[in-house]
Design a protein around this ligand. Structure first.
Ligand code: MRU
Length: 358
């Protein structure tokens, strides 16, 4: 059964309506809930770059529609000229953020679809692109539901589950990735506690995960990132589940900065550490975590808190947006095809060959 979280007060993360792309501005949640039309490819690029739409799967869906927006306004009549412009717009959108592989994945899929379509006119190719973007969108919703069912059994009644950043409904167009097993367990009536790391510096955990789980009626408690090991030491956490922006071929996992510390602490306390993602986030072209480009964002995100400067003027700042958790710290990767476990290099490759975990 496709499960929709109880987001009665939330509009969809992404919507394509009347040939217009609408994006929920996640930078202003939960205080302000605004949906804006992204009416140019530059507007879509900025929305991704500025995290108004964020989370790996949602970035992929937004980019797919972003190409539709681009070709709506810049539509050469002839096939070859259309495909050339499409490639240029795809390269531009791909530059919006470097770490989430779903961005490249969705753009490559859109390009392959257009190239493989027999249409000879720009207008017909545009329609084919819109159909493919809608397909990517529908699949995202379905994959989230399947991740939820695949990971449902990990949520023990009475347990405490820690998550980091937002790999929730807001990071996708469905019920999230890391949150999908939580929503399914909640649907089934299981009682359990969720702890949401606030996730410095941009507070996706506090602003988005805590918000959407609370809206859906789950028992969620917000903690600062530095509290997680203490809660583990007190026996309050039985399971960690996070999302990811890219899994390398050897099972190394890039996710929001702070995930690595959570994984190390979980290992120390013998707590299972799971990662949830659709198979489009598994990047067998990237051999290991060392090969993943980590986005470095502006200093002001760290030097300020809620828009107010807290660090001294002139302070040197580092702001890597993601870190890499070595595969040795990962208990399993929950995908729509099932849970992949070590050895990740062979088992991830086998997943694509057989369509099921070894
Ligand atoms: O910088 P963000 O907010 O896009 O980072 C998001 C994350 O790190 C998520 O955990 C990841 O994209 C998985 S989303 C299902």
């Amino acid at each position: 059964m496709a499960l929709q979280p109880n987001h009665s007060s939330l509009p969809p993360t992404i919507e394509w309506r009347d040939d217009t792309l609408y994006l929920l501005d996640q930078t202003r949640l939960p205080q302000v809930c605004v949906v804006e039309a992204a009416d140019s490819v530059e507007a879509v690029w900025r929305a991704i770059h500025e995290l108004r739409v964020r989370g790996a799967p949602a970035i992929g869906v937004a980019a797919a529609y972003g190409l539709c927006v681009a070709m709506q306004r810049d539509q050469p009549a002839a096939r070859d000229a259309f495909l050339t412009r499409l490639e240029q717009h795809a390269a531009y959108l791909d530059s919006a953020r470097p770490t989430a592989v779903n961005l490249r994945w969705a753009l490559e899929r859109m390009l392959a679809h257009a190239r493989g379509d027999a249409a000879q006119t720009g207008a017909a190719l545009y329609e084919a692109l819109v159909d493919e973007a809608k397909r990517i969108h529908r699949e995202d919703i379905e994959l989230c539901a399947r991740i939820g069912e695949a990971g449902r059994a990990l949520i023990e009644p009475g347990s405490g589950v820690l998550t980091h950043c937002n790999a929730g409904a807001l990071a996708t167009t469905g019920i999230g990735t890391a949150t999908a097993p939580l929503y399914c367990a909640h649907r089934d009536g299981a009682a359990f506690r969720v702890y949401a790391d606030e996730t410095r510096p941009l507070l996706q955990g506090a602003r988005l995960t805590a918000y959407e789980l609370q809206q859906a009626g789950l028992d969620v408690t917000l903690i600062t990132d530095s509290m997680a090991p203490a809660l583990m030491s007190q026996g309050l956490i039985d399971l960690v589940i996070v999302g990811t922006d890219r899994v390398a071929a050897n099972g190394d996992v890039a996710n929001k900065i702070g995930t690595l510390g959570v994984a190390i602490a979980a290992k120390h306390f013998g707590i299972p550490f799971y990662v949830a993602c659709p198979s489009s986030t598994l990047d067998l072209r990237t051999p290991s975590g060392a090969d993943i480009v980590i986005e470095e964002r502006g200093a002001e995100e760290v030097a300020q808190l809620a828009g107010r400067r807290v660090a001294p003027e002139g302070m040197k700042v580092r702001n890597p947006a993601f870190d890499v958790t070595p595969h040795a710290l990962v208990t399993g990767i929950v995908t729509e095809l099932g849970i992949v476990r070590a050895p990740f290099d062979t088992n991830l490759a086998a997943l694509f060959k057989t369509g099921a975990p070894a």
